[in-house]
Design a protein around this ligand. Structure first.
Ligand code: CA
Length: 339
């Protein structure tokens, strides 16, 4: 009896920090909004993601010439807008149209489309919203936060924000401190500490550290992780150094699930990250781009949450992700035995 209750107490003590840290899992992050259905980073895509029940809605942020934070995936405007038609003379020598060369009132004249492959002129995802249809524009970060906070108010369900600071080194080269501007903007809307429903994310390792250490950011911070250049911070020891300034990591799915004899198996990555006290939010799940090893989107989602034990995922399809999480777990290793 004594032994049992002792064990229970020890168990509770051992688990409690982790339980608090990972309490809001599983987290569904709408990647650029419900971008499987509407052009990425439009307010329509964000409203749809909110209505679908996404826990967080992602913003990629770049600056305009007049220092307005814009919600746009690339530092370029040409893959998702008609900038080349409206301002044909404003490309740089490399032929690209940079958001940072345009003032907000010019950017507001642009029409946003589903993403186009510049080489072919065709849609990157042909099954998605048709290119150059309907009417969409590039939102500012403030406009988007007001939309999400407005929907939080009118629906009574709180979706969080998940801003990414894009290419801070490029912005610095252009004489701009994007991190400072983004943090000031979100602070103005009440996102200030770890209780706020907000994660700030960035790929640049030095800049992500700077958010915490120099800019005094008290929000939850996610270190994004790419391929080349990220191996040092992806070992068990490397993840401990990340935990000194961040609360989570956002790796590509390939770091958490890898192919073993034709089946996806968890790597050590999530266990190492959890041991360091970090949440893990891998990217990006697309129902129209399944890995060949899985039979369905549901199986992929369940592999990530059940077998790999991730805390959240970035997805273009928040509705299908929430639906997969609500289904009984499939036997992930034996898809052939499922009806
Ligand atoms: Ca992003």
């Amino acid at each position: 009896m004594f032994f049992n209750s002792f064990k229970f107490v020890a168990f509770a003590v051992l688990l409690s920090p982790a339980t608090a840290l990972f309490a809001d899992a599983p987290v569904v992050i709408a990647h650029r909004g419900a971008s499987g259905y509407l052009p990425e980073h439009t307010l329509a895509a964000k409203a749809m993601a909110h209505a679908m029940g996404a826990d967080y809605i992602e913003q990629d942020v770049v600056l305009s010439k007049d220092d307005h934070p814009l919600v746009l995936h690339d530092i370029y405007l040409d893959t998702v807008t008609n900038v080349a038609d409206l301002f044909p003379d404003r490309a740089r020598d490399d032929g690209r149209f940079y958001a940072i060369d345009f003032k907000l009132d010019e950017i507001k004249q642009l029409s946003v489309t589903e993403r186009i492959d510049l080489k072919t002129g065709l849609a990157v995802f042909p099954q998605r919203f048709p290119i150059r249809k309907s009417s969409f524009s590039v939102p500012t970060l403030a406009e988007e936060i007001e939309l999400i906070q407005g929907l939080n108010h009118s629906t009574g369900r709180e979706a969080g924000i998940y801003p990414e600071i894009k290419d801070p080194a490029f912005h610095r080269q252009q004489g701009k401190d994007i991190s400072r501007i983004v943090l000031e903007t979100i602070d103005r809307y009440g996102y200030r500490d770890k209780q706020a429903k907000c994660f700030v994310q960035c790929f640049d390792i030095a800049e992500t550290k700077r958010l915490r250490q120099e800019l005094g950011c008290k929000l939850r911070i996610v270190q994004l992780v790419g391929g080349v250049g990220y191996s040092q911070i992806s070992t068990a020891d490397g993840l401990k150094t990340v935990a000194q300034y961040a609360d989570g990591v956002g790796p590509p799915i390939a770091r958490v699930l890898s192919d073993v004899d034709g089946q996806l198996q968890p790597t050590n990555y999530v266990a190492d990250a959890h041991a360091a006290g970090l949440v893990v939010h891998p990217f990006t799940l697309r129902a129209d781009d399944l890995p060949r090893q899985v039979a369905s989107y549901q199986q992929w989602v369940q592999l990530l949450f059940q077998a790999a034990e991730v805390d959240g995922v970035f997805t273009d399809f928040p509705d299908q992700t929430i639906s997969a999480l609500s289904q009984p777990f499939l036997d992930a290793q034996s898809p052939a035995e499922q009806n």
